[in-house]
Design a protein around this ligand. Sequence first.
Ligand code: XCC
Length: 648
Amino acid sequence: MGLLDWLVGGSKNEANGQSSGCSSCPSAGECVSAHGSINEMYKVTQQKGISTVFDRYKAQQPQCQFGMQGICCQLCSHGPCRISPKAPMGICGATADTIVARNFLRLELHGVAAYAHHLEEVAKTIKATAEGKTPYKIQDEVKLREIAGAIGLDTTKDTNALAIDLANSVLNELRKGTEEPLALVETFAPATRKEVWKKLGVIPGGVHSEIRDGLTKSMTNITSDPIDLLLTAVRLAIATGYMGLVGTITLQDILLGTPGISESEADLGVIDPDTVNIVAHGHVPLVATAVLDAIKDPELQKLAKGAGAKGIKLYGSMCTGEELMQRGNTNGGYGGQLGNWINQEFMIATGAVDLVMMDMNCSIPGIKAVADKFHTKLVSVSHILRMAGVENMDYTPEKVAQQAKELVKKAIETYKLRGKEVHIPQNKSKAIAGFSVESILGALGGSLDPLLDAVKAGSIKGIVAVVGCTNNRNGHDTRGIELTKELIKRDILVINSGCMSSATQFAGLMKPEAAELAGDGLKGICKALGIPPALNFGSCVDIGRIGVAVTAIANALGVDPSQLPVAASAPEYLEQKAIADGVFAVAFGLLTHIGPVPPVTGSALVTKVLTEDIETLTGGKVLVEEDPVKAAEAIEAHIIKKRQGLGI
Ligand code: XCC
């Protein structure tokens, strides 16, 4: 279905609930997910009368078309105003263009703020660590010195003093005014990009100040110019790209270690019925890392055995889980990845999860009702996450070693309450993880040349980042998996992160054997290197890692990112952080495929700017295509055009 069909007809939501397009599921006709394990668990929840995201989705149909097109404004007490041929303006006079652009910017602002929150947590933790107040240790001193040197800090200082300076500098960058350009943009953005952004007036300043101005502008009756609202979205996205994404991954690497290639496992079948089972669920992997340490404590192991368990395991869920997997936590009690956000109710419904520690976003309200049907204990480990009836143990860097032990003790106590009715699907899949610019360079012998040669020779036609959330509207993980398969078949290397990483892990696309599904050129490269055709780059913030990789390739070839045979795709985007990611990719000059259709179709102007006009400004644009085969065709055509432009 193309964009025009959507403008005319809106969403048909055809894949949900009764998907027949899901090739990975043997029970086509009644499956809700691309994964056998989730379909199996859905039956269990249905038998037990437990409401899940799939049931509630059905109950919400049909959904409001004004909301879906972005033409409902609820900002003031005169509203809600809904734009229609009979009422083409809101009561204040706002047009569909203003309302759509303003709603879009407001959505993005939430994502920008969440990324800034994550970065601030990590920066404060680095500072406390360097001051000797936490159990963490600076793991990547080389990276610390590199980035500190690049932004002009005094690198003759010792490691801890330098780490404090870096943390202070990042905290200052978050807080400075909008008129002071961000140091990370100045330092790391390709010169050609900075030129484009300067012309557009979108070089951002301090992130908090940008958020303040963005929120103020998008209040009722302040900025009504849709183009200015969209440019503000671009400015905020660039701030996010270099702070919330690149800044966060850099600091996390310094603190927790830069990912190296390792092997892991994913899917619900990794759950061990005989151990105390803790799940790290969210996006900020700080408490999870402390818990991994805590579970090695002989005292706690003894307690667990005393309770009748064979041991204690920590599993990953969503992006916190991907962070754990990326850092090769293959022993010491790490149990594997339980999946992406749609899986959260189903992992609990196995009856074998004792404690879920929830940090930051994507813990859905529905998780509590499911946990209440089982013995599972939920604990918020972030001061910004509150759920009625859920215990809080807010992450505090100085106390985290003790907090981690308490969490493990709580899990052991809860394990004792575990019922006999445990249902764990058998599905699990091997997954290679830990890809990053550094680990790829390591695998290639220290130079990007072998990869670039493969791209020049056409064995790898191009590279596409298939990232972001998963979305039930399109059939859980179905579109992302189908798109990935279509791309690798066309010799296009795929990089995954966020919920899309879990999707392709479950589907077996991150094991080296998946090379067989690739076209001959890509297959040959994968086999020679022993890598899968879909590379795990990690979590949502690791989209920053993809930005770093694209910059490295562009620099190596001496071209602008917009000239590369590269594209981005969020085939099942869900929430506000993904909007910031998508706008950043467009600002970076990339063709950016998005599904489902974002709520902008109520404005012909905004739709045209995002899908056409912006290409003349940034070199990137949004591609909306619901059909994964057609999306792959369009992306491939784009990649071929870029190859021709480079004369390869
Ligand atoms: Fe949440 Fe990161 Fe989106 Fe998944 S991918 S739905 S943000 S868990 Ni980032």
